[in-house]
Ligand binder design. Structure first.
Ligand SMILES: Cc1cc2nc3c(=O)[nH]c(=O)nc-3n(C[C@H](O)[C@H](O)[C@H](O)COP(=O)(O)OP(=O)(O)OC[C@H]3O[C@@H](n4cnc5c(N)ncnc54)[C@H](O)[C@@H]3O)c2cc1C
Length: 466
């Protein structure tokens, strides 16, 4: 890095907020999955929106680009710099103040670096609820969640991250600050600018603060893990549960045998059932109304669904401890099958059973003996169709030998069924090739035009998304 650039950064932020030595940068340079390793001229840690804006202006002046980074839990390498060693990593970790909770507007104003778990806890302290929930909540930041339009376990009822935002504050590529921190529920005055930045993975602007939607706290929760005869029965069950519960379903998660096996054998967890099954669904109903409104509903669903309707077995959580134990299984799946080939696809819910059947055939044809390990948010049509190495092969060798072909096979199949090649994890650098392959020329052209017009000098996270 040029001494002049370093001097200006230190002048702006103070010495302790500029990490220019590789020995203190390590954690910022590698992505969550260890797929990417970059280099940076410095990691800068501003503590205010104004400082973020100043850094972007300095970066422009010196012709270097900026990679925004939140909790660095993203799964596509979006927060990892390239290997040139010239980029600046801009960590939002010091912008971590919860500015306001408004119990009349049902909103919370937060800075981008607030850890998601702190937002969930703060909402709870006010007897309110913020529905974004994912296994990385203890370390991901809300800015990262919004920049990746994260999904998680409550999308069925509350939508993705982009549905949970009322307003944003964003530093633009020219260093100006767009203050869109509105908490209005209705504002139909032209283009909805905040939507441009939600899911843009730091390529169009740096989110510095947001106004989030809050909801009444679910007083009542009912959770069950049911065993179904096949994926078709699982999808039918979703419709039944939605209609019987008056659409009180917040989560509807699928766990296939291999995924369950990984958790039971690798993570020292007890099987909630005393028999081995192939297909499980984790269902959670929730209601903000008191008075036991959900009592007996899951029992009714089980009774109706047993036998010919495809439910084979089930356990109902009788208390919070049992509920947490069921969720623990779901949350451990990613960690339990580290080293697998990963896919994050979606298809229309009605086509999921066919997708799962055909995907298993494609996998066997592409790499015989490999073990499909599908699980995920099937209530949203989203399957993490991960694939484990054959028992006899090392995961790293398997990924090197078959990873690319397996990903192409599963993704081609999802796309042929009107699906998406990235349901919730985003693009980053991991899926750049897929953007070229699967996006229509019109869609891709429009995205590139948008990027060029909002960031003509390519200051913000170049080489990601487009
Ligand atoms: C165990 C585990 C479970 C997960 N489960 C889910 C899940 O269920 N659903 C789901 O959708 N995702 C899931 N994820 C991935 C998810 O995208 C991230 O966890 C999270 O949303 C990213 O937040 P982060 O703060 O870590 O962002 P980072 O990883 O730091 O950054 C992600 C991207 O956002 C950009 N960015 C970060 N902060 C800002 C900002 N303030 N302004 C502009 N751009 C910014 C970065 O440049 C990068 O492109 C999971 C990850 C893990 C490790």
């Amino acid at each position: 890095m040029s001494p002049q650039l370093l001097e200006q950064l230190i002048q702006c932020l103070g010495k302790s907020a500029v990490l220019d030595h590789p020995s203190v940068q390590e954690a910022y340079l590698i992505d969550q999955r260890g797929y990417y390793r970059g280099a940076a001229s410095a990691v800068v840690r501003p503590a205010s929106t104004k400082q973020v804006a100043e850094i972007v202006m300095i970066a422009r002046q010196f012709g270097v680009s900026v990679v925004p980074q939140g909790g660095n839990t993203g799964l596509c390498g979006g927060a990892t710099p390239d290997d040139s060693g010239s980029q600046l990593i801009l960590s939002l970790e010091k912008l971590n103040t919860i500015r306001d909770v408004d119990t009349v507007d049902y909103s919370m104003m937060v800075e981008a670096g607030v850890i998601l778990q702190n937002i969930l806890d703060t909402a709870c302290d006010h007897d309110l609820f913020f529905p974004l929930d994912l296994a990385a909540k203890g370390s991901c930041q809300i800015g990262g969640n919004l920049a990746t339009n994260a999904g998680g376990i409550n999308v069925l009822r509350y939508g993705n991250a982009r549905d949970l935002v009322l307003g944003l504050e964003v530093v633009l590529a020219d260093g100006s600050i767009w203050n869109g921190l509105s908490n209005l529920r209705k504002d139909n005055t032209g283009y909805d600018l905040k939507q441009l930045f939600l899911g843009s993975e730091g390529t169009l602007g740096i989110i510095t603060a947001a106004v989030l939607k809050l909801f009444p706290s679910p007083m009542n929760r009912k959770t069950a893990m049911l065993v179904v005869s096949n994926p078709k029965a699982a999808c039918r069950l979703l419709g039944t549960v939605r209609s019987i519960s008056g659409d009180a379903v917040v989560s509807f998660e699928y766990i296939g045998r291999e995924a369950m096996e990984c958790v039971l054998s690798g993570m020292n967890v007890t099987d909630p059932f005393n028999k081995r099954y192939e297909h499980y669904v984790l269902i959670e109903l929730a209601s903000a109304a008191g008075g036991g409104i959900l009592d007996g509903m899951l029992e009714q669903i089980m009774e109706q669904g047993m036998g010919s309707h495809g439910i084979v077995d089930g356990v109902l959580a009788q208390n919070e401890r049992q509920r947490e134990a069921l969720w623990h299984i779901r949350e451990l799946i990613s960690e339990a099958q580290k080293g697998s080939v990963k896919n994050d696809v979606s298809v229309p819910i009605s086509r999921l059973p066919q997708f799962l059947e055909k995907a298993a055939q494609c996998v066997e044809a592409t790499s015989p003996g490999s073990r499909p390990c599908p699980f995920g948010h099937i209530g949203d049509g989203n399957v993490h169709y991960n694939i484990l190495a054959p028992q006899s092969e090392e995961p790293a060798d398997f990924r090197a030998r078959s990873g690319e072909a397996l990903i192409a096979a599963v993704t081609d199949l999802a796309m042929s069924m009107d699906g998406s090649f990235s349901a919730e994890h985003g693009i980053g650098q991991l899926r750049l090739g897929m953007m070229e392959r699967y996006k229509s020329p019109e869609a891709l052209g429009l995205m590139k035009k948008l990027k060029r017009s909002m960031d003509p000098a390519g200051v913000l996270n170049p080489g990601k998304i487009v």
